[in-house]
Design a protein around this ligand. Structure first.
Ligand SMILES: Nc1ncnc2c1ncn2[C@@H]1O[C@H](COP(=O)(O)OP(=O)(O)OP(=O)(O)O)[C@@H](O)[C@H]1O
Ligand SMILES: [Mg+2]
Length: 249
């Protein structure tokens, strides 16, 4: 692996709950190369979200090293960490986390409001570009309740892309969607990975979804139990093309 985007070494995360200590991550190590598309799998409670939150700089490990694009996150203060997160990382969640009663366009502009160097006009242009790249240019003024689940998730992906991050982190991003819509989201992820070169880390517990990535890291009880390349990576677009539109998937 020549161009590492992140390295973690013996990462641990413990939560103190009264007199009890929950050991959510028990020493996890791996590297991810720039441009990889990795799925993180594992059963409920295995530590997937805990790990993704650390990789996304939303949380810090109790112990171990995390080097993100050459920055050792241990050495950063809260503001530096927030800046690194804002520049490098886009987050996509299972429940979309869009503002209600706010248009798709405004939802996507939101992360840019924190950047005082960007004018209102640039904000608008960048948000338009992001919505076009998720093929939602015809839904700019729809609010979340006027969009389907899959469309809402695409707005959330546009919002994650608008700062042009190097890495997209997704936590069960297809968890609320039917199969067909899930495949559409995976086709979009594969396209962002190949055409924009985004590094993607995608948490899922569905093997079907993991088959669209090029590598799978499997967690069990806070530890990596498998880490393998997917020899038979599928194309989500081909899968979609093979499903008749009328089928109730
Ligand atoms: N803030 C917290 N405080 C205490 N314990 C926590 C906290 N967050 C997670 N845990 C515990 O850490 C373990 C791992 O949780 P995590 O949310 O990472 O699992 P997960 O693999 O994402 O599961 P799921 O598939 O259900 O989303 C669980 O035992 C959980 O109870
Ligand atoms: Mg989780």
């Amino acid at each position: 692996m020549n161009n590492k985007i992140l390295e973690i070494r013996n990462l641990k995360r413990e939560f103190i709950m009264g007199s009890e200590t929950v050991r959510a991550l028990k020493g996890v190590s791996f590297d991810i190369g720039a441009g990889e598309f990795v799925t993180i799998m594992g059963s409920s409670g295995s530590g997937k979200t805990t790990m993704l939150n650390i990789l996304g700089c939303l949380d810090k490990p109790t112990d171990g090293e995390y080097i993100l694009d050459g920055n050792n996150i241990k050495s950063l203060n809260k503001n530096e960490l927030a800046r690194l997160r804002n520049r490098k990382i886009g987050f996509v969640f299972q429940s979309y986390n869009l503002l209600p009663r706010t248009s798709a366009l405004e939802n996507v502009e939101l992360p840019l409001l924190y950047n005082s160097g960007i004018s209102a006009r640039q904000r608008h242009e960048k948000a338009l570009w992001a919505l076009e790249s998720v093929k939602l240019a015809d839904r700019l003024h729809h609010t979340p309740s006027q969009l389907s689940g899959g469309q809402q998730q695409r707005v959330a992906i546009a919002r994650a892309l608008v700062n042009e991050p190097v890495m997209l982190l997704a936590d069960e991003a297809t968890g609320n969607l039917d199969s067909r819509t899930s495949y559409e989201i995976m086709a979009l992820m594969q396209d962002l990975n190949t055409s924009q070169g985004k590094t993607i880390i995608f948490v899922t517990h569905e093997p079907d979804i993991a088959s669209f990535s090029s590598r799978t890291v499997m967690l069990r009880d806070g530890k990596v139990v498998k880490d393998f390349k997917n020899e038979n990576k599928r194309s989500a677009k081909e899968v979609l093309d093979s499903i008749p539109v009328s089928d109730d998937y």
